[in-house]
Write a protein that binds this ligand. Structure first.
Ligand code: ZN
Length: 415
């Protein structure tokens, strides 16, 4: 039972009232009941009339928004910990992962690394799987991936050798933490490997790729369901050859999901708006954040021996203007996206909740407020920023029915 127990004084049944719930493309005034024992959202009528449960706690949210926990499908690290740097021991890795997850709990639970069998609410954010970016990517579209580590796969054995056979075992043996692989379909003989990858249950995502429109279409026919950070590290849109971006003009059935880094640095707001208008149901907000998130400005050692310059949210490779990931939070991306795209508040939130949950095949479990789904919630306040306009803030984070972050309390303590 995933959410079983929590802190000793945690109330079992909590009822949120005077709140607006994200329901489809709308915000609906409605109560929500959750159970910290099962970690699930309750069916309110049933809880009251059939199960004879009454709330142990009633929380008046004063009209604030209650949304599902946020899901980030592209995260390289945080809190000074980097997923791409090998650890000396498993303990060291687990400790780093815990640090990341606890830090992320302040901005709404996400995606990244190995999912534990019995995640505990107080561990912070939950890891739903690993997104492995590379090394089978285009040398010309490598971004800050070091050219020396890039590879080209001719056969499936090349993939097994790189990722490890147990990580690519087909279901039901597939218990690997790998949930998604980003690779360039035109590199080597990758196109022929896509069906083998998707047969294991792993999502194949086109990224760091110089694929033409035709090659990108072939990749979707082979099973690609996602585009990694659309526009960044790929052949640009050209009117005679729209490249990977052209997939958004495909028929309903073939259009893949696509990640968008709405940090104000990676993409022009209008590019995001154009993509969203072309395929609104597929847009997945991602941060692509890395370990320098939250650290002060300065020059930092990078994993490949080079150095990264951090200036505010902007991260570049020293001596060049190459963008080196981001340090934005997911709620900042939601706010930017809402401002730039014209999406409703609910749909802006959906791009970081319901849509990634659908991509991951977790639509009834995560990213929604339906009865039976995990009680992972964020309470969103709304302030009026004099420069940026209405801005959502993460006021509270709940995991499996237990409150794990309360910004009001943090402020109170700080004062
Ligand atoms: Zn990338």
């Amino acid at each position: 039972m995933p959410g079983k127990t929590s802190a000793p004084n945690t109330p079992r049944i909590t009822k949120f009232t005077n709140c607006r719930l994200v329901r489809g493309s709308s915000l609906v005034e409605q109560d929500l009941w959750i159970d910290s024992l099962t970690g699930k959202i309750l069916k309110d009528q049933e809880a009251f009339y059939e199960l004879h449960l009454s709330p142990d706690e009633i929380i008046d949210l004063g009209g604030r928004i209650l949304a599902p926990g946020l899901i980030d499908t592209q995260l390289n690290g945080a809190q000074g910990f980097d997923f791409s740097v090998p650890c000396a021991t498993k303990d060291e890795y687990d400790q780093g992962l815990r640090l990341v997850n606890q830090g992320l709990a302040r901005t709404g639970p996400p995606f990244p690394w190995p999912r534990r069998n019995n995640p505990h609410p107080l561990d912070g954010a939950e890891s739903l799987g690993a997104h492995v970016e590379g090394p089978f990517i285009s040398p010309g579209r490598n971004g800050i991936h070091k050219p020396e580590v890039l590879r080209s796969a001719q056969t499936y054995d090349d993939l097994l050798h790189c990722y490890g056979a147990s990580n690519l075992a087909p279901p039901p043996q597939h218990t690997s933490p790998i949930k998604m692989i980003t690779a360039a379909p035109e590199v080597g003989n990758m196109m022929a490997q896509i069906p083998h990858i998707t047969d294991t249950g792993i999502i194949y995502s086109i990224g760091h790729s110089d694929a033409t429109y035709e090659q990108a279409i072939s990749a979707t026919h082979a099973g690609a369901r996602m585009i990694t950070h659309l526009f960044n590290a790929m052949r640009p849109f050209y009117h005679r050859n729209p490249g990977v971006f052209g997939l958004l003009g495909q028929s309903e059935r073939r259009r893949p999901f696509y990640g968008v880094i709405a940090d104000g640095i990676h993409l022009h707001p209008t590019s995001i708006k154009i993509a969203y208008n072309a395929h609104p149901e597929g847009l997945v907000l991602v941060t692509d954040a890395m370990r320098l998130c939250g650290l002060p400005d300065g020059v930092y050692e990078w994993t490949n021996g080079e150095r990264i310059v951090k200036t505010g949210a902007r991260l570049t490779l020293e001596g060049s203007d190459k963008i080196a990931g981001s340090s934005a939070t997911l709620i900042e991306c939601v706010n930017n996206f809402r401002r730039w795209s014209g999406a409703s508040t609910a749909d802006a939130i959906n791009a970081a909740t319901a849509v990634p949950a659908r991509l991951l095949g977790l639509e009834k479990v995560k990213g929604c407020l339906d009865a039976g789904a995990d009680a992972d919630l964020v309470v969103l306040g709304e302030s009026d920023d004099p420069y940026s306009g209405p801005t959502l803030t993460v006021d509270q984070v709940w995991k499996f029915g237990v409150k794990i972050h309360d910004a009001d309390k943090v402020t109170a303590v700080a004062v």
